[in-house]
Each structure stands twice: as C-alpha cells, then as structure tokens.
Design a protein around this ligand. Structure first.
Ligand code: NAP
Ligand code: MG
Length: 479
C-alpha cells in the first residue's frame, strides 16, 4: 500500500514540490511517518509573491478577524494534543508526554497571541510644540520568512507564526526537513481555520534551496530563524546585507552550577532533566555541570544512579524517559564527540555506547563525563545526551567557568543561598537564568532569548515579540 504524499501549502492551495522525501521515525526505522513533498526555490518564490500580494489586505482586515483565527488554531491544537503529540513523538523522537506537552504549548501560544492581536501597543504624547499631537504606532513589517529547526517542531513554528499573523504580517514558513509532519499539520489547521489565501504559506524542502530562496528574496522584509549558529550567521549576512530585519536564535552550551549548599535532590533533578530529557536535543540543555568540590562526589554518585535507572526507548513507549537521537547524522555527531572526549582525556562516568534495542532506532545511552573546561566536549554544542561535570573551587570560580563560553542562552544555579542566587542572576552572561530549576523549560508569555553567539535581534515570545514583528511609525498631527 502506498502512503499519501503530503504537499506544500502555497497561496491557499496544496501543491506538489519538485521531489518527495520520507519522514523517518527515529524510534522505529522500519516504520516511517509518511511521505512529504520537497519544494524548490521556485516554490518558495511563488509563496513569497503570494504573501506579498496578500499582505495589505491582511494588515487592514481588522484585529478581531486576526484574533479569531489565532484563537481557533489554538483551540484545535489543544483539542488534538494527544493525536498530534503522537505524530510529534514519532517524527522527532521526544517522549510522548514531552510531545503532548509541546503541542499544548503551541496551542497556548496561539491563544496568547490571539489576545495580543487585540492589544497592538501604541503611545500618544503631547508634542514639545504646542497644538501638535504625537502618536507612536506599531504597524506590520510586511512579509516575514520563518525558518525553524527540528527539535521543537510545533512550539517554535507556533511562537513565530502566531505573532507574525497577530500583528498583520504575512508568512512564508520553511520547517526543518526532518520534521515535515508537524509543519503540515499546522498548515492544515490554519487552512481549515480560514486563513485567507497567501497570508500563510508553508514550503517544505531543504535549507539550501527553499531556505536560501527565502533569505535572499527582495520581497521578504524580515527573517526569523532558529537553528545552528553557523547557518544563523550566514542568514544574517545575506538577509541583513540586503536590508531585511533579522532575528536569530542559535546554539547554546548552557552551564548548571551546583554549590556545596544545594539541595542534592533538586540539583540531581535539574541536571538529569536539563541534560538528558528530549535526548539533550534542546538549545537550552545543561551540557556543562559545574560542581563545587564539597558536593561533587555525592552529586556524581546520585546522577549516575539516576542515569542507570533512566528508561531509554521508543519515544511512544510506556514510562520511557528518553527517546532516540533524531537521525543518523546527529547520532554520528554525538558519537564523534564522545570519542573526542575520551581522546582528550575526559573520564567517562556513565554511558558512551549505542543501545541495540528492537525495533531498530537511533538509540544512545545518556552519557556523563568528568572533564576540563578546555575540552571540546565542554566548549562546543553537541546537541545530544552528553554532559560534562567540571569541578569548581568556589562560587566565584563556578561563575567564571559558567560565563567562559562563546554562547549565552541560559544558565542555572542550584543553591540555598539567597546571596549567591542574587549574585548569579546579576552576573551571569546569559539571556535567561534559572535558580534551582533545570536550564530547559520556559514560559510562553515572557521573552525568550540569549546573548553573545546564541541570539541576535529582538527577543521572541510574550509582549516582546512585538519588537520584531511590528515596525514603529511616529505620526504628528496639528490639531
Ligand atoms: P540548522 O541546521 O541550522 O537548521 C535550521 C533550519 O535552517 C532548518 O530549517 C534548515 O533546513 C535551515 N537551513 C539550513 N541551511 C540553511 C541556509 N543556508 N539558508 C537558509 N536556511 C537554512 O539547525 P538544526 O540542526 O535544525 O537545529 C539544531 C540547532 O538549532 C542547534 O544549534 C540548536 O541549539 C539550535 N536551536 C536554537 C534554539 C534557540 O532558541 N536558541 C532553539 C532550538 C534549536 P534543513 O531542514 O534543510 O536542514
Ligand atoms: Mg522524522
């Protein structure tokens, strides 16, 4: 029996692309998710032209229409969270509870921005010149290109598409090639919720073809990208170079500090969740565990016990805590880093091997090293279930190690000291800080983003999303 082929959504129609690709299930290599078309640069151009043509009408259709559309999309995501969570878990490999939670999150994001569509901010001030009024208006930016990674295939598209549409922009969305299923489901929901033709377009396909066409097109006024730092920098050059607005959310190498006075259970939970849940494939994963010497042995022992009991397996399996690695390429990257760690003299404290489970999938053990701050495993983003424990002599030493990285997405500390917690919140060089919590796991109604090589441009999410998705105009009126 042949599978149905899912198509691109361009100008309100479902269109074939140039080729077809198989959406793999990393938990069960013999049970793929489906077949999805792959578009070309020509398909991207068609979508961009449709978005440009639809934009003035969408900008003027009224905020109630936009709010109603986003609210309907949010309601459907919430109502179908189990079914869509199963799809997400099968195509990406995170566990079913994590996947269902992500779909619900996407629904909440659409509902949040349904409200924001009614509250487009503006200001009114008296002019310094008598008899004149000054208004500060926020208007749509125009056509926005949205390029997303594979690791949050529902939530990241949601937190870009929802504010883009709420503020009157039109959208050309290119999901990561590894996760077309969630993207197609979102497009289907938007279509059936009544999004006008051209207002939202989804073009599946490769970054080199579809992605580059979006980034380089003169009609795309803004590009919001989440993905690797290398690709982000390329996009900044191309899109920024032609004067487009650019928002980049990129890599991380997030530290979690554990001080001697930490509650051991809190610290172990934060480390295991932060480093290994979602198979470590989160930009906010804690991959550097910086542990003060007085608690180090107890902490390492407790984490090893927890990892020995951690259930790794099929993402949709009962009680599974960690699913497979997303694909063969990422698995090879993880194994290369594990080898590099051993070669550089790091001590393997747990894991390091493939797990030969049946049915066949990309299964890797959670892997814990003791290492030095100069090692590649302690400096470069691996994006897998691999963490490094590093000793610190004091709070000051731990803070210095935590900030000694090119990245600056998220940073955490486990301590019962108000003094050190406060000092950490002030002196961390990351865009998000966590006290007695895992570095991963954030709210949707507050800004999300990092500093240094982790982010560029305005923040995503919450009311701060308006900074990127609106353009400010200052209007003067003589009364
Ligand atoms: P990636 O390889 O950079 O890909 C991200 C997206 O960009 C994909 O849709 C990709 O298409 C596309 N792309 C690739 N090359 C392109 C080009 N030259 N021009 C335009 N688009 C291009 O990242 P990934 O492997 O999917 O995701 C992992 C990375 O994302 C990690 O570094 C992680 O830290 C980061 N991330 C960051 C955040 C954050 O908020 N800071 C959140 C999640 C993930 P293809 O599908 O064809 O590759
Ligand atoms: Mg897949």
């Amino acid at each position: 029996m042949s599978l149905p082929v899912y198509r691109n959504y361009i100008n309100g129609r479902w269109l074939h692309g140039s080729t077809v690709g198989l959406d793999e299930n990393p938990s069960e290599l013999d049970a793929p998710v489906g077949e999805y078309v792959r578009g070309s640069a020509a398909d991207a151009n068609e979508a961009i032209e449709a978005a440009a043509a639809a934009q003035p009408v969408w900008a003027d259709c009224g905020v109630q229409r936009r709010a109603d559309l986003l609210d309907a999309v949010g309601s459907e995501l919430l109502a179908r969270k189990q079914e869509l969570g199963l799809l997400l878990a099968r195509e990406e490999g995170k566990t079913l509870p994590e996947a269902v939670g992500e779909v619900a999150r996407a629904g909440q994001i659409f509902k949040f921005f349904a409200g924001e569509a009614l509250r487009v901010p503006g200001e009114s001030l008296a002019s310094v010149r008598p008899g004149i009024e000054v208004e500060i208006r926020r208007e749509p930016v125009g056509v926005v290109g949205l390029i997303t990674p594979w690791n949050f295939p529902m939530a990241i598209p949601a937190w870009k598409i929802a504010p883009a549409l709420a503020y009157g922009n039109t959208v050309v969305f290119k999901p990561a090639e590894l996760v077309p299923g969630c993207a197609w489901a979102l497009a289907d929901i938007l279509h059936r919720a009544g999004v006008p033709a051209g207002v939202f377009n989804m073009v599946m396909g490769s970054g080199r073809q579809v992605g580059q066409a979006i980034v380089g097109h003169a009609l795309v006024d803004a590009v919001s990208f989440t993905g690797s730092t290398a690709v982000g920098r390329q996009i900044r050059e191309t899109a920024g170079g032609r004067g487009a607005r650019v928002q980049l959310e990129m890599g991380g190498k997030n530290p979690l500090i554990v001080l001697n006075d930490a509650d051991l259970d809190v610290a172990v939970n934060a480390a295991v969740n932060g480093a290994f849940f979602s198979t470590g494939q989160r930009c906010t994963a804690s991959s550097r565990l910086i542990v003060e010497e007085g608690i180090r042995d107890r902490f390492v022992q407790a984490v090893r016990l927890r990892l020995a009991a951690l259930k790794v397996g099929n993402a949709v399996g009962q009680g599974v805590e960690m699913g497979p690695v997303v694909d063969e390429r990422q698995l090879q990257t993880d194994l290369d880093y594990i080898r590099a760690g051993v070669d550089e003299g790091a001590e393997l404290l747990f894991g390091g091997d493939l797990l030969p489970l049946t049915p066949r999938g990309h299964y890797l053990q959670p892997t814990l090293f003791a290492g030095a701050p100069s090692m590649r495993i302690a400096r470069e983003e691996i994006f897998g279930p691999v963490a490094v424990v590093m000793p610190a002599a004091s709070f000051e030493h731990a803070l210095q190690l935590a900030n000694d990285t090119e990245f600056g997405l998220c940073a955490g500390i486990c301590t019962q000291s108000l003094k050190y917690a406060s000092q950490f919140k002030r002196q961390s060089a990351a865009g998000m800080v966590m006290v007695n919590l895992p570095t991963a796991g954030v709210d949707y109604h507050v800004p999300f983003g990092g500093r240094k090589a982790s982010s560029a441009g305005p923040r995503e999410q919450g009311r701060y999303a308006a900074e990127f998705y609106t353009s400010v105009k200052t209007a003067y009126t003589a009364a």
